[in-house]
Write a new protein. Structure first.
Length: 326
């Protein structure tokens, strides 16, 4: 990965760490002072986000290292591992929030300084919206699983902060317009809603992380582009097969077999391969492409036939010419 992209990844990951650190202290202080379990739950959630942000920062720095003797394919999978760990942290945070909320539903008590709770949630939502947008922008640009996962953490915080703020806002309005009516149960209910949204985000992160860790093929759209590109090379390229793709963090690995005319020289086939690699890397900047070239000898395997760009008549003509030569 180029130096500028790596610098952007490091900078936005560090910003996430700083932002979450400030929000944890702010939310926890206000939550304890006013006695709001939903605000405290948001502080714990931000604490998990802080841990996740630190993990993401470490992951993007490690993934940016060049391949070495022990890691010939690079260090990209560390970002997928980071995303999986972040998902587990989200689940842990959600479990704690639900537990605390249920305890408060069983033993409710009034909340002091509700307006402070609304204010801290508003500040939190704005801060996380700005930082998550930056994480998404850089994460998508550099195809960083760690940054995108961190962005989802903070974007979830935005939604949950708005939910908690709405619950506290209703309590605040109720204190003014409906004195004596108990609306404090809304605080733990809002916390439970927060936890359910967090679990949903965790499931989504886990699916994406596991897909890449299991070397699942890249998207059908990407493979369709590869097939369309290779078909445009006909008649220089006669066939292609064994197309395989996978991702490891921001890195993409592509390999396939390509069939050319048997009378093509090594130098000619090498030039074709160089052109293909150049075009692939232009379309997929972080791609590692392995291309195996085979001569068309007229003895077509089923794999060759399935990816053959020749018509039935052209293929039959090659068979006929080869049989005459033999």
């Amino acid at each position: 990965m180029n130096t500028d992209a790596q610098r952007q990844k490091n900078s936005v990951a560090l910003l996430s760490v700083i932002s979450n650190s400030v929000l944890v202290v702010f939310k926890l202080a206000v939550g304890v002072i006013i006695g709001s379990v939903s605000v405290i739950s948001e502080a714990i959630h931000s604490g998990m986000d802080l841990v996740a942000a630190v993990i993401a920062l470490v992951a993007v720095r490690i993934s940016g290292r060049s391949p070495d003797e022990d890691h010939a394919f690079g260090h990209g999978k560390v970002e997928d591992i980071s995303a999986a760990v972040e998902a587990l942290l989200i689940v842990a945070a959600a479990a704690w929030i639900i537990y605390e909320a249920v305890m408060k539903l069983l033993s409710p008590h009034p909340i002091e300084g509700v307006s402070w709770g609304v204010l801290v949630m508003l500040i939190s939502a704005i801060a996380n919206l700005v930082v998550s947008q930056m994480l998404f922008k850089v994460g998508k640009k550099t195809e960083s699983a760690a940054l995108i996962a961190d962005g989802w953490h903070l974007r979830t915080d935005v939604y949950t902060s708005v939910g908690v703020m709405a619950g506290l806002g209703i309590i605040l309005v109720g204190e003014r317009l409906l004195p004596g009516v108990n609306l404090y149960w809304l605080d733990p209910v809002a916390a439970i809603v927060v936890a359910l949204l967090i679990l949903r985000a965790a499931l989504r992160l886990t699916i994406h992380a596991v897909r890449d860790l299991m070397d699942t093929s890249t998207s059908p759209l990407e493979k369709a582009w590869i097939r369309a590109y290779l078909k445009r090379l006909y008649p220089t390229v006669l066939s292609f097969h064994r197309l395989r793709t996978r991702k490891a963090g921001p890195e993409r690995f592509i390999d396939f077999h390509m069939v050319v005319h048997s009378d093509m020289t090594v130098s000619e086939s090498h030039k074709i391969a160089d052109k293909i690699l150049e075009d692939f890397k232009a379309h997929f900047p972080n791609a590692d492409v392995i291309l195996h070239i085979e001569p068309c000898d007229g003895k077509c395997s089923q794999a060759c036939i399935s990816g053959c760009l020749l018509s039935d008549e052209e293929r039959a003509a090659i068979h006929l010419s080869r049989s005459h030569l033999s």
